[in-house]
Ligand binder design. Sequence first.
Ligand code: ZN
Ligand code: ZN
Length: 351
Amino acid sequence: MTVSSIVTPYFVIIVIMSTSIQKFETAAGRRIYSLPVQAFPPLRANVYLISDGEQRILVDCGSGMEPSNQDLLHGLEQIGPTFGEPITLADIDQIILTHGHIDHFGGLPFVRQFTDAPVGIHILDVRVISHHEERVIIAARHLENYLIEAGISDQYRASLMQMYTFAKTYYRSTPIDFLLTEDEPVNGNIQVYHVPGHCPGMVCLQVDDILLTADHILSKTTPHQAPERITHNMGLEHYLASLQKIERLEGIRLGLGGHERPMEDVRGRIQVIRQSHQERLSKVLDICRQPKSIADISKELFGTVSSYHVLLAIEEAGAHVEYLYQRGELLADNIEAIEKHETPVIRYRRS
Ligand SMILES: [Zn+2]
Ligand SMILES: [Zn+2]
């Protein structure tokens, strides 16, 4: 296993180059196999397979890019020889998607070539999967308006929008068969927790004493945040409440994330993530002693970043600005211009 880190100013992505599958066993003897896939270079994602010997549940499908699909097939092939439990995609009884991000659901059409197993996701992410084309157009419109308001120049905005829509155009809509809800454990024995914030329909799944944390809690990275202004049920307010929800759970021995490594201390990890958001909120307040646009704030927080990271940095900064604005700790400074102009840039200052 090789570990390399890509340091960006706003978060650190630890890329765990594991080519090997891992097996985890719950207190009740259920097996969870971790299958690492190359989602988008250099981002690796973890697909999981839960088995009690009778029911086999695939959790997430990778990105759908060729290396991701091949890693998934290869990982499944290894389970038999390595752990003595042969499983193919044709043996899968159910498919669960933890959330509507393409590094986790993009491989669904590929997986569906091998199995008719029903597909489940939380209702707030259904349309991302089943009405993808419509959703991309609406989401792109929201994002573009947001970037204008954030103070991104026309030329730069065009290239960011191109980047945003590129990765989303190769997936084709796939129907959803059932909904994940907290009231109804999957199979009667996998508890679902709805944890909006990083994504509207994000869920964690409790299998006995192991919690699949998806992208809600990761072992190294502070999961990316975007403002609710772009997509409802995202944003820091929801995210922090969702962290608290998981922090209250009893009897979790191990956390397995949608990326990176297993977490032996999920509560400890939650505290570190929460602290990093508190520090970032303080920095934003500090920066806004003078009126600043979100583009300015992003630059001051994260310095110069390139390609897709620019978009991530602007969303991340915006999520923190939004949280402070919701609490009246930031105010719009250029209120006259906002009132008169059709597409104003908002400048924030401390109240
Ligand atoms: Zn995600
Ligand atoms: Zn992810």
